[in-house]
Design a protein around this ligand. Structure first.
Ligand SMILES: *[C@@H]1O[C@H](CO)[C@@H](O)[C@H](O)[C@H]1NC(C)=O
Length: 322
């Protein structure tokens, strides 16, 4: 009874946070409070936009100001964007939070593939979509697809390209071992691979999925469009015939090797040193040349470490980590 009660309590709190986060963005108000239980910022208050260091007063929406209660620093975030969720995540035009909690941009290039994680037993690649407004020197990019390789298997998940975003339509597309795969719409609808190693579970009726690779990685994915508001704030100038549906991603890794590579993976190395300039709000990190792969499911980047293995070999690996 006791434990059932505390579970409900946790669910209630989480729901409350979700609502706070959701409404926190659009309407600029005076005070922001962090309700996330166990956050170092729990119940901390900031005044908006006063305590928001990067406000661009010229744009009306730029006043949008949030308390980033996912960051140990509890700082105000004023870019008109909600922060990425916690560590090991990627979102927006893609900004990542590494294992050390530091935020960075990795721009990549539109219509190219980059390895997010490369380890002897796991490869996760991403396909970038993007847009380069006239006169700019780089693309604005977003993650449109992810490709997973592990053992002798592969799995892809994509956000379908659509002109106009409609939240009542599911935009998730999957494939397993080269064949298309359907996961019926509906909260908690799920699918398991024949060997039970891969589980997909919808975390919302549509456009949200949890990917679980037993003993290797768990990923929470949401498909979202680039909204009109994002476009205005960041001046992406995206064409009107593409909603740039993309992923917000959050990973939890289990047992990466100390040699792990990839845009996000390298932040998990014990010898990782964050080379981003200090004091810059959103440092850009490079590595495009080291992590570019020729497709969503290939491990041919310069620093890639993955090699396919037979199923019995990977099982041994998992046992070793347990
Ligand atoms: C994905 O797995 C299937 C089944 O093992 C294989 O036939 C296919 O070549 C793999 N795809 C890639 C791109 O490696």
């Amino acid at each position: 009874m006791q434990s059932a009660q505390s579970e409900w309590m946790a669910m209630f709190l989480l729901l409350f946070v979700a609502v706070t986060m959701e409404t926190g963005g659009a309407v600029p108000t005076e005070k922001r409070l962090c309700f996330r239980p166990w956050s170092p910022c729990y119940l901390k208050v900031i005044r908006c936009p006063k305590e928001c260091p990067y406000t661009k007063p010229k744009h009306p929406n730029a006043k949008a100001c949030y308390l980033n209660c996912y960051s140990p620093k509890c700082e105000a975030v004023c870019h008109g964007h909600k922060p990425c969720l916690s560590t090991s995540s990627g979102c927006h035009d893609p900004r990542f939070i590494g294992a050390d909690g530091a935020v960075f941009y990795f721009r990549g290039r539109k219509d190219e593939h980059f390895s997010l994680v490369s380890d002897p037993n796991l490869q996760i690649n991403s396909r970038f979509i993007g847009h380069r407004p006239a006169g700019r020197t780089h693309d604005f990019t977003w993650i449109q697809a992810l490709g997973f390789m592990y053992g002798s298997h592969n799995f892809t998940v994509e956000a379908a390209r659509v002109k106009q975003w409609d939240g009542n339509v599911d935009h998730l597309k999957f494939s397993y071992d080269g064949k298309p795969l359907l996961v019926p719409e509906g909260h908690l609808s799920d699918w398991k691979s024949p060997d039970k190693q891969l589980t997909l579970e919808r975390t919302g009726t549509r456009n949200s999925i949890r990917v679980m690779l037993e003993g290797i990685v768990e990923a929470m994915l949401n498909v979202v469009p680039v909204t009109k508001e994002d476009d205005e704030i960041h001046n992406y100038q995206i064409p009107s015939d593409d909603s740039f549906a993309h992923f917000e991603v959050q990973f939890r890794f289990i047992g990466l090797s100390p040699q792990v590579e990839g845009v996000l993976g390298r932040t998990y190395r014990p010898d990782y040193v964050n080379t981003a300039k200090r004091g810059v709000p959103m440092p850009v990190v490079g590595g495009e040349d080291k992590y570019k792969t020729s497709s969503l499911l290939s491990a041919d980047c310069k620093l890639c470490l993955f090699s396919p293995k037979e199923d019995n070999e990977i099982e041994l690996h998992i046992l070793r980590w347990r």
